[in-house]
Design a protein around this ligand. Structure first.
Ligand code: ADP
Ligand code: MG
Length: 705
């Protein structure tokens, strides 16, 4: 009688299995199956271990079974590193044997082309029918550091022991995960569960993210993403992590075009638009990074140091070397950081320890080569660790006598205070004793100032995300909507798109359509000279490229001349649009898109043709709060211009914010009907004078039948 179908094994049991079968177990650690069993034993796996080997009766002192079919007891997890050619057969055997889940290290499946993809689909189908879960294929398995269950062949497990800690990791690349865990280990970081998901034929990224959010051992989540199988699940999970008080740090492959190409082939998944992904992460309070090493070291800082009280407070750089404090301070700006402003109370406290000449930041305690130096350092640090004006303390230590002893002073001080203290050992080998002292004290250290600054910037971004998560949900402004009852599909004309925008309270030019020259003149007189004349053809994307935009027509003669010029245009026209000539100090583009599965997004940037040249745009999911719109504008390179530079007036940022918020509600309401909508440009005037959309373009999907 075939065994009963097991219930699908919960993730917690896959990660912490009661029994593990290693298919292709071997004495040879040069082989995948040899390493898997070696690491399970070395790291103290405490469940049932079942080596499967058709030839040898005993492996590493454990009796073997010839095949999964011969195992007389239920097995939670089987690990397979068999060749692709025999994978399907082995999976079928596991399914028949009632295995709960298979971790498939075997590669060359969907990652190797259509033939591999077809095989992978068959493997997944067999597993699904049997109620058996799959991790991978093309993965390196799972390090369950918390429970000592290392279900992996990764060489990161060569160390005698990995330290349990709060960092959880999900990685689409097993090799990168190995390197990152090993790097973290060198710095004394502790991990909870590290999961390499590979091709995600069954269990995917979001399944494991969901698990880590609920996992009490995980305090910080790190992610290396190439592509998501179910993008729609991702942002809600990020928000749940935030609500659970767990920071999420993420590296997404494919920001560069070359990177995106490579990522598509790596684990056979679509890379998606990086800008969209970045906007989703930011909105959900997660931090998106470029550098995986920084991700791990920052996660460690979040796990083992006090959190940054809030974003935007400055840094206190302190060390006993003028050289290191000054160069570190010079580098702050490049990382978007700044030196803290000292409050009077902090100065008073510093003056107890330092001569007046030294009561400032950066603090160099080095001029005191006597016993008072240590006392001064400790006294000032103690003050900094609670000072409301200081967000973080950075100690770039150089070669000096008693480096290890000096280093050992810091962890207790840091633990008393409520600030992150980042310790950098700038020296090479001679600094190793100090590094060892930090490991012994269970305290993070950095090897370079740049590394610590990149981590600090990440802590800033994390604190910002924490702040965002506390904001109330967006509120619809009065007069934003509703959508017109009848919405045509396809490309809208400028006037149609503007009417849609106006229905959401967005200020647009006064204008009128005219079929003839006489109608155009009447329209211009009603609107008032000077006017603008535009040729109307809904399939033209850039009107001015075809000479279809005539600006600043001051009188009837100019209007008539412009009208006949338009009539001679190289494209057929439905008529002309007569509109008021608007003024403005700056041109912005405001846009909206709908991304399948991810929802509506809005963008803002430098308007006109410059948008394509400068790519100075910011993106965020719709709808927006006013705070979100304001933050988007602040992140533009154009921002100083909006604030008013060199005697030019400050512009009406409030009007731009308002318009962006209104557009975001329009985008959200259009939902999947929206392909794209651009207001390009919006002319923005001086503070208090508002803004006007002078051009609009929109493409809508046909209404669903
Ligand atoms: P295009 O299809 O080429 O984008 P636009 O309608 O945006 O055509 O016009 C091109 C440029 O002309 C705009 O970027 C803006 O600088 C200017 N412009 C267009 N309409 C007006 C208007 N009503 N008032 C003032 N300037 C305008
Ligand atoms: Mg335009």
């Amino acid at each position: 009688m075939p065994p009963m179908l097991p219930d699908r094994l919960p993730l917690a049991r896959i990660i912490n299995p009661r029994s593990v079968a290693v298919i292709g177990a071997s004495e040879d650690v040069g082989k995948f199956g040899g390493r898997v069993i070696h690491y399970l034993i070395r790291h103290g796996y405490s469940g049932r271990l079942l080596p499967i080997n058709p030839i040898r009766p005993v492996i590493r002192g454990l009796p073997t079974h010839a095949s999964m079919a011969a195992v007389p007891e239920p097995v939670d997890v089987a690990i397979l590193a068999v060749p692709a050619a025999t994978l399907l057969r082995e999976i079928e055997t596991c399914a028949t044997a009632g295995v709960g889940a298979c971790i498939v290290i075997t590669g060359k499946l969907a990652d190797a082309g259509p033939e591999g993809a077809a095989l992978e689909a068959r493997v997944a189908a067999v597993a699904r029918r049997a109620g058996m879960r799959l991790v991978g294929p093309n993965c390196l398995g799972i390090f369950n550091v918390t429970d000592g269950a290392m279900l992996s062949s990764s060489l990161a497990l060569e160390v005698a022991r990995l330290k349990p800690g709060g960092i959880g990791m999900i990685s689409q690349s097993g090799a990168l995960m190995g390197a990152l865990v090993s790097l973290g280990h060198r710095h004394g970081a502790g991990f909870s569960r590290c999961i390499s998901v590979g091709n995600q034929a069954d269990l995917d990224f979001c399944d494991f993210l969901d698990y880590l959010i609920g996992d009490p051992a995980t305090r910080v989540v790190t992610l290396y993403v190439e592509g998501l199988k179910h993008p729609a699940r991702f942002a809600p999970l990020l928000r749940r992590a935030r609500a659970a008080g767990k920071p999420v740090l993420c590296v997404k492959a494919g920001r560069s075009e070359a990177g995106a190409q490579a990522a598509r082939s790596h684990t056979a998944s679509l890379a998606g638009s990086h800008a969209t992904f970045a906007a989703l992460c930011r909105d959900a309070g997660a931090v998106l990074l470029d550098d995986p090493s920084v991700m791990v070291l920052a996660a460690d800082a979040l796990d083992r140091l006090a959190p940054l009280p809030r974003a935007g407070t400055g840094v206190a750089v302190v060390a006993s070397s003028g050289g290191s404090t000054v160069t570190t301070t010079d580098m702050l700006d490049g990382f978007g950081l700044r030196t803290a402003h000292l409050a009077p109370a902090t100065r008073t406290e510093m003056a107890r320890w330092m001569p007046e000449s030294h009561v400032h930041l950066p603090l160099d305690t080095g001029s005191f080569h006597d016993n008072t130096s240590e006392e001064a350092l400790t006294g000032c640090l103690r003050a900094f660790m609670t000072a409301p004006d200081i967000g973080a303390v950075l100690v770039p230590m150089t070669t000096q006598p008693a480096m290890a002893k000096r280093a050992a002073l810091l962890p207790p001080l840091a633990r008393e205070g409520g600030r992150p203290l980042l310790y950098v050992m700038m020296a090479g080998e001679v600094g190793d004793a100090a590094r060892e002292a930090m490991r012994a004290a269970d305290f993070p250290f950095f090897d370079h100032v740049a590394q610590a600054l990149a981590v600090l910037r990440t802590l800033e971004a994390e604190a910002e995300g924490r702040g965002r998560a506390a904001l109330p949900p967006p509120v619809r402004p009065t007069g934003a909507g509703p959508l017109p009852a009848i919405l045509p599909g396809g490309a809208l004309t400028e006037a149609e798109a503007k009417r849609l925008a106006a229905a959401y309270g967005i200020p647009v030019t006064r204008e009128r359509f005219a079929a003839t020259a006489a109608e155009a003149l009447a329209a211009a007189e009603a609107i008032g000279f000077p006017v603008v004349l535009k040729g109307v053809n809904r399939s033209v994307v850039h009107k001015s490229d075809l000479g279809l935009v005539r600006l600043g027509l001051g009188d009837a003669a100019a209007l008539r001349a412009a009208h006949s010029a338009l009539m001679a245009a190289p494209v057929p026209l439905e008529g002309v649009l007569v509109q008021e000539m608007a003024r403005g100090e700056a041109e912005l583009i405001l846009g909206a898109r709908h991304e399948p599965e991810l929802g509506a997004f809005v963008l803002v940037g430098i308007g006109g043709v410059l948008v394509e040249v400068l790519r100075d745009v910011q993106l965020a999911p719709a709808p927006l709060r006013a705070e979100d719109a304001q933050a988007m504008l602040r992140r533009l390179a154009l921002w100083p211009v909006l604030e008013g530079v060199r005697g030019r007036p400050a512009l009406d940022v409030g009007a731009a914010v308002e318009t962006l918020v209104r557009l975001s509600w329009l985008a959200a309401d259009l939902g999947p009907r929206l392909v794209e909508l651009d207001l390009n440009p919006i002319l923005l005037r001086a503070a208090g004078e508002g803004c006007t959309a002078v051009d609009a373009r929109a493409t809508l999907r046909e209404a669903a039948p």
